[in-house]
Design a protein around this ligand. Structure first.
Ligand code: HEM
Length: 396
């Protein structure tokens, strides 16, 4: 009997995005480099994804995330770090890295705990709640505003702007009122800090006061880099928290194991990142002729590098790669959820910290937490880069 082939996985097809497993499995088995659209190649295997992400000489990040309709690198007044290649990328990453050292991230923990507690203080056991918008997105937005050093009285309006932007990324028109308002606000905050002595508090103050030997940033650059931190940190971390809670509650035996053994929390966070990559793919542009898994690619071709498919690759993770398991051995293969190579996510430790703290607090305060009766998982409409349920209705 011949098994019918599925159409190649197309990252821009909402039906493929809503139910990706069978198509991604077929892509990995039969056609690891497919061409769902002219000039766009889709990479499905873990090792191809890893090799492309570690070769910035051949595969450029310029126009990363810009596939049909999203802003290109040239559209923005300054390039974001995710769209730069060396040597510009190397210099900018070195400038930003100091806020992401293990010591700096450890210092964020008391503030993260305070932010999580503030959100949960409003809730009572037995009450209904929607955890994606009212918890999973609230926490990372507040954490990143605190991290940037933005005044707390502004967080509510910042949250409204960032929420609207997160809902349509990466196809954000540059004249979108929320983008204009947010970037104008960040420009004012940068100017205020640049005109005052350094306080050492928050990333924005650091961008306004470069270290010895670092050239000053233009206001455009400072605004784009702080804007990039906000969008990089919010829906991604919110998706991680929502995906994690969904898996633990949809198969409640996982939740019950965590109730009796809190030492499993870090493994649960790692497994969520592997099982559900919040960012489904990144883009690269081919600079030199190459073959990937035997398929020729040419200069100018775009590569949709599937972090999700890499994370489900049985060749790397074993036959149970599609399952969510709290017992997956550490160090088995490399999770691609945070990317790999020179652009590996700078904020990964901050995202992991938030997911851990949210889980610790929920287990402590709401041990009876469960999915709301009749809850049905739906993908977020229009957000084809993101993997998570659109909402997460629960009883606390
Ligand atoms: C679960 C949450 C997160 C996920 C899944 C995630 C995912 C990613 C991925 C896949 C990349 C690589 C992009 C590429 O190779 O093209 C990346 C880069 C980046 N992320 Fe994250 N991210 C998360 C949270 C954060 C947070 C909390 C921050 C900051 C506070 C952050 C800041 C950055 C920055 C600055 C880069 C650019 C690094 C570079 O280009 O050198 N991310 N992230």
């Amino acid at each position: 009997m011949t098994v019918p082939h599925l159409a190649p996985y197309d990252p821009l097809d909402p039906a493929h995005h809503a139910d990706p497993a069978a198509r991604l499995a077929e892509a990995r088995d039969r056609c690891p480099v497919s061409q769902p659209r002219p000039g766009v190649h889709f990479l499905a295997r873990h090792d191809d994804v890893r090799d492309v992400l570690t070769d910035p000489e051949t595969y450029s990040s310029v126009d990363n995330f810009a596939l049909e309709g999203a802003a290109t690198t040239a559209d923005l007044p300054a390039a974001t770090i995710t769209q730069l290649d060396p040597p510009d990328h190397t210099a900018l990453r070195a400038r930003l890295r100091r806020w992401f050292s293990p010591a700096v991230i450890r210092k964020q923990e008391p503030r993260v705990r305070e932010i999580v507690s503030d959100v949960l203080d409003a809730w009572q056991p037995g009450q209904k709640a929607e955890l994606h918008h009212d918890l999973a997105r609230q926490v990372p937005t507040r954490v990143v505003y605190a991290f940037l050093g933005l005044p707390e009285e502004d967080w509510e309006r910042l949250h409204q702007w960032a929420d609207a932007i997160d809902d349509i990324l990466p196809k954000m028109p540059l004249d979108m009122p929320e983008f204009v308002a947010l970037t104008r606000y960040l420009g004012e905050q940068f100017a205020t800090r640049a005109a005052a002595p350094a306080t050492g508090e928050g990333v924005l103050d650091g961008l306004a006061h470069p270290a010895d030997g670092e050239p000053p940033l233009t206001p455009f650059e400072a605004v784009i880099h702080s804007f990039q931190l906000i969008v990089a940190a919010t829906d991604t971390t919110g998706s991680l928290i929502t995906n994690l809670l969904y898996e633990l509650l949809a198969h409640r035996s996982h939740w019950e194991r965590l109730l009796t053994d809190r030492s499993l929390i870090p493994a649960a966070v790692e497994e969520s990142l592997r099982h559900d990559a919040p960012l489904q793919y990144v883009l690269r542009t081919v600079k030199q002729e190459r073959e990937i898994s035997g398929c020729p690619v040419e200069p100018g071709d775009r590569l949709a590098v599937s972090l999700q498919s890499a994370n489900w690759d049985e060749r790397a993770w074993g036959a149970d790669a599609a399952d969510f398991s709290l017992d997956r051995p550490a160090g088995h293969a490399t999770t691609m959820a945070f990317g790999y190579g020179i652009h590996t996510c700078l904020g990964a430790p901050l995202a992991r910290l938030q997911a851990r703290v949210v889980l610790e607090h929920l287990l402590e305060r709401f041990p009876e937490l469960r999915l709301a009766p009749g809850y049905h998982r739906e993908p977020p409409e229009g957000l084809l880069l993101t993997r998570r349920p659109a909402r997460l209705d629960v009883v606390l």
